[in-house]
Structures are given as structure tokens and as C-alpha cells.
Design a binder for this molecule. Structure first.
Ligand code: IMP
Length: 194
């Protein structure tokens, strides 16, 4: 059976991917401890590639990496690839973003998740993206989820990610959509590799 290393040091993310990949004929493993690949790309896809290639080359196995974040139209796509580093904590990131938009009426935004699977020889085997369109609220709402969830209202739902149960967030969310796009392609890839 093929091995797929999850290129992340985040136990929550590794767990999420193990769960999502459970139905596939593949041996899913976490990346070696202490590995930290710098995210120097200017797009989510570039960062996912960087991480997948580095971990595949280091481990000698296929590696799956993701990169995600929030892009706000009025901020020229920011915080974008800098979403995690925008401020020191979730409440501070939210506060900074709300201040940056102030009373701006243009509040359209989207979350994006890029996934990449790379081979140890540096080949990119698979790349997909999932998006979720919405708006930035004027005040935080809800207490589920993490990150920017309380200020991101999903289009056509009237609710923020933080006001949704996990199953509903998966259905609308960027990561769920990216994974839905990945799964059939990964099945095909595995069938070819046999
Ligand atoms: P990553 O771990 O490098 O992909 O960083 C993603 C960052 O984007 C996180 O630290 C969050 O700040 C933000 N982010 C990504 N996905 C979500 C989400 O589903 N809800 C809220 N914030 C998110």
C-alpha cells in the first residue's frame, strides 16, 4: 500500500486529514517531528507545493500539504497568505481586520484552501483548491470554530462560520470543498500507481 505523509506539524490538521482519507487504500502518516518548512510563497498553492515537495523529498514518500487563509477584497486580497501571521492571537487578528475595514461598506471576502500532493523526486502529482465566498461582519458572532470564523459570514446562509456546527462548516467550507475535489483524483492516482 502507498504511504502518504501529511506535511503538517499541527496535530489537529493531521487528525482531520487522517479522518478524511480513512476510506482510501493508503497508509497515512504524520511528518517527522521537528520539521518546519518556511512558507515563502505568494499564493496558497505555492505554499502548499513548497511544503509537499520538502516533506516528500525528506521522507522519500508521497506527501500531502495544505495552505489556507482569508482574502478580503477591500484589502487587495489581504491578509491572504499572511492570515496566520497577521497578529499574535485569534482575537488580535480579528480586531486588526475589523479596524482595517473600519466602516468600509465593501466587505466581500473568501477563504481559500490549496492542497498539493508531491512525489519524492519533486513532481507535483495533484493540486486542487477550494473556496468559500462570504463577507466580513462588523462585529464577531458565534463561538464555534477558530481563527477568523466569528467575522466571516458565508454567502446565502446569513451566518458566520462560528455560528455553524462542524458538519455544516465542512459542507460549505473551503477545506471540505478542496478535499471533495482531491478525493476522486487521488483515487485515480492510486489506481494508476499500482
Ligand atoms: P495555515 O495553517 O498556514 O493554512 O494558516 C491558515 C490561517 O488562516 C489560520 O491560522 C487562520 O488564521 C486562517 N484560517 C484558515 N482556515 C480557516 C478557517 O476555516 N476558519 C478561520 N480561519 C481560518
Amino acid at each position: 500500500m502507498k504511504t502518504l505523509v501529511i506535511a503538517s506539524g499541527n496535530p489537529g490538521k493531521i487528525h482531520e486529514f487522517e479522518n478524511l482519507l480513512r476510506a482510501l487504500p493508503i497508509d497515512v502518516r504524520p511528518q517527522p517531528e521537528g520539521l518546519d518548512v518556511e512558507e515563502t510563497g505568494s499564493t496558497f498553492a505555492a505554499n502548499a507545493q513548497l511544503k509537499a515537495k520538502a516533506v516528500a523529498s525528506l521522507t522519500g514518500e508521497w506527501a500531502l500539504a495544505d495552505d489556507s487563509g482569508l482574502s478580503v477584497d477591500a484589502l487587495d486580497g489581504g491578509p491572504g497568505v499572511h492570515s496566520a501571521r497577521y497578529a499574535a492571537s485569534d482575537p488580535e487578528r480579528i480586531e486588526r481586520l475589523l479596524k482595517a475595514l473600519n466602516d468600509c461598506s465593501q466587505r466581500e471576502a473568501h477563504f481559500c484552501a490549496a492542497l498539493c500532493i508531491a512525489a519524492p523526486d519533486g513532481r507535483v502529482l495533484l493540486e486542487v483548491e477550494g473556496r468559500c465566498e462570504g463577507r466580513i461582519t462588523t462585529v464577531p458572532r458565534g463561538d464555534q470554530g477558530f481563527g477568523y470564523d466569528p467575522i466571516f459570514e458565508v454567502n446565502d446562509t446569513g451566518r458566520t462560520f462560528a455560528e455553524m456546527a462542524l458538519a455544516e462548516k465542512k459542507q460549505h467550507g473551503h477545506r471540505g470543498r478542496a478535499f471533495n475535489a482531491l478525493e476522486p483524483k487521488l483515487r485515480e492516482l492510486l489506481a494508476k500507481a499500482q
